[in-house]
Design a protein around this ligand. Structure first.
Ligand SMILES: [Zn+2]
Length: 164
């Protein structure tokens, strides 16, 4: 997928997560998750710029998603230590979730394309749903529109669910 499509898939994945966080009374968690997911939507494609590693190889794996989750878990733990008021385990678990799901959404976007993704790298097996080519302009914009729509619906539902 291209950037537009990836942002769309990230928004689509975020919509139910954001809704659940807001419904659980954690709007800040929803905001941080959404922000991180948009920020990191293209992170796995950093493999285009790193010499020596193949595109859709290691950075397009669940292992990489877990690695980024680990970095965010570490950041969460540091933040909890720094602030001293937050639950360390809770914040690092949240950090892991945010990193993992941000990369996971990118992988999902690429799984739609025929080239597929080596989800279980280093096991070389491509997973693909063969739904659309990565360079399909219509598919990219449709995914983006769908993502924006899903977040809109989730926001309306979440706001309606909030007791005033
Ligand atoms: Zn990619």
């Amino acid at each position: 997928m291209y950037r537009t499509g990836h942002l769309g898939v990230s928004l689509l994945v975020f919509a139910p997560i954001g809704y659940l966080f807001v419904a659980a009374g954690e709007p800040l968690a929803a905001l941080v998750t959404g922000g991180a997911m948009l920020w990191l939507a293209m992170l796995p494609d950093v493999d285009h710029r790193i010499p020596g590693i193949s595109h859709r190889g290691v950075t397009h794996s669940l292992l990489f998603a877990a690695l980024v989750g680990g970095v965010f878990a570490g950041a969460g733990a540091l933040l909890a230590d720094g602030l001293g008021t937050l639950d360390r385990v809770r914040l690092s678990t949240f950090g892991f979730f945010v990193g993992f799901v941000a990369v996971g959404a990118h992988l999902l976007g690429d799984v739609l394309t025929p080239a597929g993704v080596n989800l279980f790298w280093p096991w070389r097996r491509e997973f693909s749903l063969y739904l659309t080519r990565a360079d399909n302009t219509l598919a990219n914009y449709a995914l983006f529109a769908l993502g924006v729509f899903a977040v809109g619906v989730a926001a309306v539902l979440a706001v309606q669910g909030v007791p005033v």
